[in-house]
Design a protein. Structure first.
Length: 104
């Protein structure tokens, strides 16, 4: 059980502009501060908020966006204990199967 599992359930309401205010205890529990960028994803009819670490902001904006997009899956892979080698092997297998299908 994590600290976020202990938070109470809250009902909030959107403003007429469609804005939602995240209660302070929820922001604090997942590390959202005033300047935190957040990845918002929609999965299975539910919104998921993932704070984006404040690392280096240099480099390609496209690559940073792609890195942030895959954050939920990287976290899931870590939680399930998958190694980089396993993941790379699965990617290689998928690419090989896709090329076989493409080339007939």
């Amino acid at each position: 059980m994590s600290a976020t599992d202990l938070l109470p359930v809250r009902i909030i309401q959107a403003t007429p502009e469609g804005l939602l205010e995240i209660p302070a205890e929820f922001r604090s529990a997942i590390g959202i501060e005033a300047d935190t960028r957040v990845l918002l994803t929609l999965r299975d009819g539910a919104l998921h908020l993932t704070p984006i670490p404040q690392g280096d902001r240099g480099g390609s904006p496209w690559l940073r966006e792609l890195h942030a997009y895959f954050e939920p899956w990287r976290r899931e892979a870590d939680e399930k204990g998958y190694t980089d080698e396993q993941i790379n092997e699965w990617i290689d297998d998928a690419l090989e199967a896709s090329r076989r299908e493409r080339d007939g």
